[in-house]
Design a protein around this ligand. Structure first.
Ligand SMILES: Cc1ncc(COP(=O)(O)O)c(C=O)c1O
Length: 384
């Protein structure tokens, strides 16, 4: 049957019809008063979503572009940076930092495990000469479904005093509480195709006053991603370059929807769906990669000893029109991932779990009670 496609990957995420329709409007001139009004509203709502009074700047870029802006604007060649590495996206920070000639020290954890904040504390406390310029952390590591303990790592960074904290919040912004001002996060990068419920194409960077001070002396080359230009333009409800007007219409609508739902409700919905997913997966006799106390509320990574992960994805796609994500790098073929981020409801998850059970049965995974997955998820929904 056509048009029953379900996107259950950790980005791009499903887009509400209201957002799609807003994007279907004819573009307007980006130097007009009407578009300035769009920017003004979007900027105010981005500050609300980020829980910050810092500048939140919008770029025409995917999440990686926002990450790159987070490096080139605040650091200089040879700067010593600590990078937490426990998955594909956190590794990307290290690769990117090396590409820009930074002196990268990796703090690693096995894929599927969270970073150990103690290792950050030791390095930062030992740095009495204040050579470490930034600690770079991926909050929700999408490749493994692991949530890193950003709050504790950030506390150690704050005790250091001078070091910036630079955060990839690509799959945590809008999926769990990230109080930027309360925690004092310096640079926070994210992208539209995740918790924002907008198609890919917009990147966001929140920048603290302390980061702006570093900007003044940072020497890495920058031009299109020079955030100073974005700050100036945004203060005048404008953009330095031609923005993707129609994505901005979509973002305006999605932010209104998020405000109507409320931050607490958005976070609670993500938590509920995450818990239901994990309970259902256990009930189906499959394994969860991330431990319970470090589970991302955006994505759950799953392995099965009996059934090859990509065969599961293939049957889910062909038979039920449900797209699941695969494993990346060394986890390719070993895990599959259910995205439950953004515009995802209890109903979407129940449908996914029931379809997964039928898929597993077809692939010969017999060791489950019929309906066990949906029953486990329903129990979570009934309680919350
Ligand atoms: C945690 C994380 N960081 C960075 C990225 C890269 O974002 P993009 O593909 O939008 O460049 C992703 C994309 O999935 C991600 O999940």
């Amino acid at each position: 049957m056509d048009d029953k496609y379900m996107l259950m990957i950790p980005g791009p995420t499903p887009v509400p019809e209201r957002v799609l329709l807003a994007q279907a409007n004819h573009p307007i001139g980006h130097r007009t008063a009407a578009f300035s009004e769009v920017i003004a509203e979007v900027t105010e709502n981005l500050n609300w979503l980020h829980q910050t009074e810092n500048n939140v700047l919008t770029l025409t870029a995917s999440g990686t572009g926002a990450m790159e802006a987070g490096i080139v604007n605040f650091l200089s060649p040879g700067d010593h940076v600590l990078v937490g590495c426990n998955g594909k996206f956190s590794d990307r920070w290290a690769e990117m930092s090396e590409a820009f000639g930074l002196n990268v020290e990796r703090i690693t954890a096995e894929w599927g495990q969270p970073l150990d904040p103690e290792q950050f504390r030791e390095k930062l406390e030992a740095d009495t000469n204040k050579q470490i310029k930034a600690a770079i952390v991926t909050h929700s590591e999408t490749s493994t479904g692991v949530l890193n303990d950003l709050e504790t790592i950030n506390r150690h960074v704050k005790n250091h005093g001078q070091c910036l904290i630079i955060v990839d919040a690509v799959t945590s912004l809008g999926a769990l509480n990230l109080p930027i001002d309360r925690w004092g996060l310096d640079v926070v990068a994210s992208g539209s195709q995740k918790g924002y419920m907008v198609p890919p194409g917009l990147g966001f960077v929140a920048v603290s006053e302390k980061a702006w001070e570093a900007y003044e002396t940072a020497k890495l080359p920058r031009y299109y991603l020079d955030l100073g230009m974005y700050r100036k333009a945004t203060e005048k409800n404008s953009t330095p370059f031609t923005p993707p007007i129609n994505l901005m219409f979509g973002l305006q609508t999605s932010l209104r929807m998020m405000r109507a739902e409320g931050l607490e409700n958005i976070f609670a919905r993500h938590q509920r769906v995450t818990k239901a997913t994990r309970e259902a997966i256990r009930a189906l006799g499959l394994s969860l990669l991330a431990p319970d106390d470090a589970a991302s509320t955006a994505v759950t990574a799953i392995s099965s000893e009996n059934v090859e992960a990509n065969r599961i994805r293939s049957v889910m796609q062909k038979q039920f029109d449900i797209e699941l994500a695969g494993g990346q790098n060394q986890l390719k073929g070993k895990i599959f991932r259910i995205g439950h981020l953004g515009f995802v409801s209890d109903r979407d998850l129940l449908t996914t779990i029931s379809s997964l059970e039928l898929t597993l049965r077809e692939l010969g995974h017999e060791s489950m009670t019929p309906g066990a997955g949906a029953a486990a998820a329903s129990r979570v929904f009934a309680q919350s």
